[in-house]
Design a protein around this ligand. Sequence first.
Ligand code: BF8
Length: 663
Amino acid sequence: MVKETCVTTRTVDPAVEMLLEEAAALGVSTAFSWAAAMAPCPIGENGRCCKNCHMGPCRLVKPGQRGVCGATLETVAARNLARAIAAGAAAHSDHGLDMAFTLEAVARGDAPGYEVRDPHKLRSVAELMGIHVDSKPVNDLALEVADRAIENFRQMRGELTYVSRAPAKRQEVWRGLGITPRSVTREIVETLHRTHIGTDQDPEHILRHALRTALSDGWGGSMLATDISDILFGTPSPTVAQVNLGVLKDDEVNIVIHGHEPTLSEMIVAAAQSPELVDRARSQGAAGINLCGICCTANEILMRQGVSVAGNFLSQELALLTGTIEAMVVDVQCIMQALGDLSSRFHTRLITTSPKADITGATHIEFDEHHAPEIAREIVRLAVDNFPNRDGRVVIPPVTNDLVPGFSHEYINYMQGGAHRSSFRPLNNAVIAGRIRGAAGVVGCNNPRTVHDETHTYLVREFLKNDVLVVMTGCGAIANAKCGMMLGEAMEYAGPGLREVCEAIGIPPVLHLGSCVDNSRILTVLTQMGTEGGLGQDIADLPVVGFAPEWMSEKALSIGTYFVASGVYTIFGVGSPVGGSDEVTRLIGEGWEKQVGARLEFEPDPQQMLAKALAHIDAKRAALKLAPYNPSRFGASGDRRTREAMALPMEERATALYGRVQA
Ligand code: BF8
């Protein structure tokens, strides 16, 4: 059900508030209290600090001030942003590369426990890559796809394979500017080179390469990560699951999987269901094994397996405070270092699994896809054997909600016409008619510098009221799922036209598309909307906006930048990492608008964010010569009318339902 939120100055999530009170009672610090105790560095916060060489760090805080090498504020702020985008692109893409290596190992028969679960997707991906499918055996085709994917990470010349998936007009924009990405590796290496002391000094030139680097993530590393995950673990379709800290069980072994990559977590899902380990849990006094996730690993196994989600980024420390987690298993990205110390205060075993990420205080059980089932069983066994070590203090907030995740691009296509007539035509028609005013992609992190989940949930409610269809990923998706916004009941917030469309198709008005690498699914959806007909010929023509309202990570900057480079006006909340430079703010705003047809803006005020988004959607509608948005034209049909009629006194119902009734 749709839940009212409990707004405090820290969070809108009552489960998080309850555990923050528990943290205070236990004298435990969390990201919330650290953020309250330490203001952001006022120089680094908005891009004025240059620490790219050891003549500095230089603080450019006075008008006209330069660094020791002569670098201007504009150059410094542009370099800082470009480096952050490169780091974000690297994180997504290294994840994608590991997925490609796993697919290669599976195809060679070197990864027992894994298989190609979606051969249909394998064939579609092969075709997109220009590989002849013919009647090749699945593993032969998988090997060719893996090889082509790996080549995309290391090729030094040419264009990324998936550039050809973008609308033709968009490809022309990129080629015209010289920003068509060659490979993730090439663009990231070049960013680091250009931003080294004494290399690229013109801020516009630096930022143009930042666009190219971000594109190598969106249309390269992330898109490959999504596609290969679908091939190996199945393309998501809608399922039902539960969310929030109330999914933890007081009488079962709780294992929380946290991080980003689905390879190990998929194996842990299987191990946790094995009769041998469930019996072992019972022998330790537990009623069973309860698996759930946090952050984007959660989104991966939620989308495909319906595994519960305990929370988003700012819930990770709080989950430990429940006293009920036998093991928190982490891989890479968004894992707070504080978990090491914190887990040692409770009985929880923090288990690191990536060869790339050690945390002091954790037990390291290294993942290797060649021995994944044994490693997964070892981890689950360790968790099970830890159950008797609970100290008896159990504080599980009684807060959960249901959600319907699983909206892959393929399913969105299918749901609009079934197997024989799948297309985006109904969606495009709804936008053309004005039933749907436009669409918003609301994605990204939590940040304790703003009220946890508040802007994510505010924007989504307002978009629904304004007949704007919402697609979500990452921690923003979890924020809204916790409030019941990913259920049919969220229709109560929807405007009349959006409601008609969602009721006709049978979908919630807020669609969960997956983890942060799955923002690439949004690119695919937008491409199909742009090429379906009636809404222009390019992503930049569409009445759509992108948002990262509570962003904090470099990955979010990469995502936002590849949205912009793909033609989507994108607004970030919280604060601007280049706010110290009016010129860089102008370059990523009107400068990028001239170059790629979209702006990147940082706007901390949620009402302003909304107003800008709606104005943009309406301007795009006008440019397409679509009817102006007019909600009063829609909503008189379908079950809304029935529902309103049923709420009337009995004697008035028949008239409301059927018009004037003869006595
Ligand atoms: O990759 S939304 S806090 S968990 S960075 Fe991290 Fe941000 Fe969450 Fe997913 Ni994405």
